[in-house]
Design a protein around this ligand. Structure first.
Ligand code: N2P
Length: 477
């Protein structure tokens, strides 16, 4: 029996190896290749290509760190690649099997070497920026023709977002791109790893959270093109693809992409071979195929992202090589920043912050006892053991005036949930959920954000009642 079982294992293993030798399994970003290249690869090499897609570095990272993904080629962005190389997730490239490496562009290689020294584990596939896609007609209608459509003000100022919520705004579900963006907006180092500095982004994001319809990293292409949304914080080539899809549909939707006037993130997506890839030879064949000048030009011409292949440049369409949103000129390049991987403690704080921002269901908290709260506070509400929400608080005695925004805001609340929360230091609050976005207070609240860490009675002197607004539900559409 034992012998039999062993024999069977050997047979299974052999046939699996044979199957893997004919197959290459590639895991790439969605909307990131001209699919004709996939069949061309199979025709030219006789290998079967299994091509899956993802839209999030975090999803890919989970697979890479767990191991056993079954993929031969994957495409993390530089900062993720660096961390995964350190975790032993990739195997070094066998450069003798990659003659087309000579086509690569030294300028991009020197940049990607910051994540992958000597480019020992990866080749650049494409690179781009994270900026803003706008539906020109809708945004001009809601914010005026003269509004600066390349400014982060569009998506980080509550007053603008309140208006744009009407036509729909998506943000990337990419914390390590959105947080640097908000830091840049705040005039901080976008690559800060300091958790206290990073914490400053929460107030800004919570201030616009009620107006963000969705955090998603691929739906926005069609949503922009169809006119289902009017603004997306997204990736350069994706938004340019939306522009083309709208033009092809002749639906009257005009989409623009802008790197942010305040500065945009520049990132590099790198093809690498997992340490446990079933078919590393096939993976090298695929990488070499991708580095062919014509193939790489075809890919960029289709997806509107720049690539790291110098030899492909004469073969690029004019609306690709000639567009500074894709191939930045010196001036554009100066306004792009890069980031480095977060150490574990920063990453944990970022992940938690992002979860709070995305879930964003604490609509409003009215601090009834209030006396322990300083004016102009951001309150962290806890249930005694763990943090349950953050709200942005402006303190003051409500004036007995019907026009007072505090009292008006009260009228916009439908009390669907009421709880007392308390921690060991007696924070008491009523927790409400809003029936609709809290319009009156967003600007005011944002202008008054700061923090209270505890309920030390010495701080009680401020007195009065605190009115706090946290993130609401996305605007109903
Ligand atoms: C393709 C998105 C790739 C850019 N849809 C993200 N690194």
């Amino acid at each position: 029996m034992t012998f039999h079982a062993k024999k069977m294992t050997v047979v299974v293993a052999l046939s699996a190896t044979t199957a893997f030798a004919n197959e290459v399994r590639v895991y790439n970003w969605s909307d990131y290749i001209d699919e004709r290249l996939l069949s061309k690869f199979e025709e030219e090499t006789g290998l079967d290509l299994i091509y899956d897609v993802f839209d999030s570095n975090e999803v890919l990272e989970t697979k890479m760190l767990a191991g056993g993904s079954g993929y031969d080629v994957v495409v993390p962005s530089g900062t993720f690649l660096q961390r995964q190389i350190q975790a032993g997730a990739f195997q070094p490239l066998d450069k003798s099997k990659l003659p087309n490496l000579e086509n690569m562009w030294d300028i991009i290689e020197s940049r990607t070497a910051q994540y992958d020294p000597d480019n020992a584990y990866s080749i650049n596939y494409m690179w781009g920026s994270t900026g803003i896609g706008v539906n020109v007609g809708k945004v001009s209608e809601l914010l005026g023709e003269d509004v600066d459509r390349s400014s982060m003000d569009l998506v980080l100022k509550p007053a603008n977002m309140e208006k744009l919520a009407e036509c729909g705004v998506h943000f990337l579900d990419a914390p390590v791109e959105i947080i640097p963006m908000v830091l840049q907006y705040l005039g901080e180092d976008p690559d800060s790893h300091d958790v206290d500095v990073i914490a400053k982004t929460e107030a800004v994001l919570m201030g616009v959270r009620p107006y963000i319809q969705k955090f998603h990293s691929s739906e926005y292409i069609n949503a922009l093109a169809n006119g289902d949304i009017c603004v997306a914080v997204g990736w350069s080539g994706d938004i340019l693809q939306a522009r083309d899809r709208a033009a092809e549909a002749e639906n009257g939707v005009e989409i623009e992409y802008h790197a942010f006037a305040e500065g945009s993130l520049m990132w590099f997506d790198q093809m690498a071979i997992p340490e446990d890839a079933p078919n590393p030879d096939g993976a090298h064949v695929f990488l070499n195929f991708i580095m062919d000048a014509q193939n790489m030009a075809d890919a960029s011409n289709y997806v509107y992202y720049a690539n790291g292949n110098l030899a492909s440049q004469p073969l690029l369409a004019e609306d690709v090589i000639g567009d500074t949103a894709i191939y930045p000129d010196e001036a554009t390049l100066e306004n792009l920043y890069t980031t480095t991987p977060y150490p574990a403690n920063t990453q944990r704080a970022v992940t938690r912050l992002w979860t709070r921002v995305k879930s964003g269901t604490w609509a409003a908290v009215v601090q009834e006892s209030g006396r322990h709260v300083r004016p102009q506070s951001v309150l962290r509400f806890t249930n005694g053991r763990s943090h349950v929400g953050t709200c942005f608080c402006a303190l003051g005695r409500p004036q007995r005036n019907a026009a007072d925004p505090i009292q008006k805001r009260h009228q916009t609340l439908r009390r669907v949930q009421r709880n007392w929360w308390s921690d060991s230091q007696h924070i008491f609050a009523w927790v409400f959920r809003a029936s609709r976005p809290l319009r009156l207070w967003q600007d005011h609240v944002n202008a008054h954000a700061c923090r209270v860490w505890n309920t030390d009675p010495r701080h009680n002197r401020a007195g009065g009642r605190g009115y706090c607004i946290g993130p609401g539900k996305p605007a109903a559409r």
